[in-house]
Structures are given as C-alpha cells and as structure tokens.
Write a protein that binds this ligand. Structure first.
Ligand code: ADP
Ligand code: 5GP
Length: 214
C-alpha cells in the first residue's frame, strides 16, 4: 500500500462557551492518536477538577507577560476578562514529531493562528449550538459555573458567534454523534488535500520514470 504521509494539521475549534468544543475535542483526542491537544496558558484560576499542564498552564499576569516578551506565545488574547495564550514550542515539537494539533481557542486566537508562520497548516472550525436556549441549557447543565459566570458567557455568545463566517467549516452541534462524525470527515478530507500530501511530487516522478522506461 502506498503511504504518502500528510503534513501536520493544526485544527482550531472555536464556539461560544457551552456549544460543545470540549466534548468534541475529547472524542477526537481519544479516538485519533495522531492528534495532540495544545495546552494553553491562562491567568484565570483553575476550576475544581482542572489539572495543571493537562487542562491549562495556570500562570500569573507577570508570567504571562514574560512568555509574550520572550516570544514564546504563538497567539494570545483576553477572553472573559482573563488572558489566554498558546505556547509555541509544544506546537512546533508536535509538528516535528509528525503529529496533528488540536486548539480550543476563541476567534481572536483563530485569527492570529491563521496569520502566523504556521498558518498554512491551520484548519478552522466553528461550532454552533442548535439554538440559544439549548446553549444556555448546556451551560447550566454542565454545573461548573455560578449563575453570574453563566450570564457572562451568554452575554459573550453573540459577539463570538458573529465571527462564524471567518472559519473554513461550521458545524451545528445538535446531535453530538452526527457532529463528531462531521468533524472526522473534515479531518479525513483535509489530510487528503494535495498540498498536504508530502511525497506526492516524488510519487508522480516515479510514475513518469516508469513511463519513460517502457
Ligand atoms: P464548550 O467546551 O464549548 O464550552 P462543552 O463541550 O463543555 O462546551 O459542552 C457543554 C455541555 O453541553 C456539557 O455538559 C456537554 O456534555 C453538553 N453537550 C455537548 N454537546 C452536546 C449535544 N450535542 N447535546 C447535548 N448536550 C451536549
Ligand atoms: P474557559 O475559561 O471556558 O476554559 O475558556 C474560555 C474561552 O477562552 C474559550 O472560548 C476558549 O476557546 C478560549 N481560549 C482557551 N485557550 C485559549 C488560548 O490559548 N487562546 C485564545 N485566544 N483563546 C483561548
């Protein structure tokens, strides 16, 4: 079997909080060993159950500023009053190791990743809820945040959704099984793109050599 390994994908998932990014990410990471999660740095406090270096690198404002000034962040933004950013080195390491990387970042992060030196590898996917009442129901059902925090997230949902058309793909997360299989389809198709198939030029040269030898 001919195996032309695709070059690394940087898959960005954005959505209003509660639309289902984390659920879809967990499923993709569990079922596709080629993916690694980009663990962001944040100045927000850890929620109960969140694990340092697995969910986030929890850092101070000073540490965050230090990472920016030493050029260690691929992108960074302020979201819900806290700061979030993507450390550059693990992403570069993953690509060198032949891995794909999954990012859970907001629209500002998606824009900056697209504009970065790694932008050619970026695939941007926006996840919409089936309705605003379902979005609110999911945020309340997740039972992770206070009413005040949930109200804040609902207030930010409209401006976040306003960026939907900047993305390569938009998924409506109504039935999570259907939505996940659409995500898998996107990944499969992106890996098959001509520009991502390293070794295709050499393979076609081989075909031409075979023609010439006839
Ligand atoms: P996000 O990461 O976008 O903030 P989550 O993945 O944490 O969202 O999902 C928010 C809540 O909604 C979670 O409790 C999750 O189990 C639930 N959820 C996710 N997708 C669906 C779906 N398609 N239908 C019903 N509930 C869902
Ligand atoms: P939460 O506090 O719920 O974990 O995340 C809040 C928001 O911050 C989400 O929209 C999430 O996508 C975004 N976010 C998380 N990490 C990053 C990051 O590294 N960069 C940017 N730009 N946004 C992030």
């Amino acid at each position: 079997m001919i195996d032309l390994r695709p070059s690394g994908l940087l898959v960005v998932l954005s959505s209003p909080s509660g639309a289902g990014k984390s659920t879809l990410s967990r499923q993709l990471l569990a079922s596709d060993p080629r993916f690694r999660l980009s663990v962001s740095a944040t100045t927000r406090p850890a929620r109960p159950g969140e694990v340092e270096a697995k969910d986030y690198f929890f850092v101070s404002e000073q540490q965050f500023d230090g990472m920016i000034s030493s050029g260690d962040m691929l992108e960074h933004a302020r979201v819900f009053g806290n700061r979030y950013g993507t450390p550059k080195a693990p992403v570069e390491q993953a690509l060198n190791d032949g891995q794909d990387v999954l990012f859970d970042v907001d629209w500002q992060g998606a824009q900056q990743l697209r504009a970065s030196s790694l932008g050619h590898s970026v695939v941007q996917i926006f996840v919409l809820p089936p309705s605003i009442s379902a979005l609110e129901g999911r945020l309340r059902g997740r039972a992770q945040d206070s009413d005040e925090v949930i109200d804040g997230r609902m207030a930010k949902a409209k401006p976040e959704i306003s960026h939907w058309a900047e993305y390569d793909y938009v998924l409506i997360n109504d039935d999570v099984g259907v939505c996940y299989s659409q995500l898998e389809t996107i990944v499969k198709a992106e890996r098959l793109k001509r520009v991502r198939q390293t070794g295709l030029g050499a393979f076609v040269s081989g075909l031409n050599d075979e023609f010439d030898a006839r």
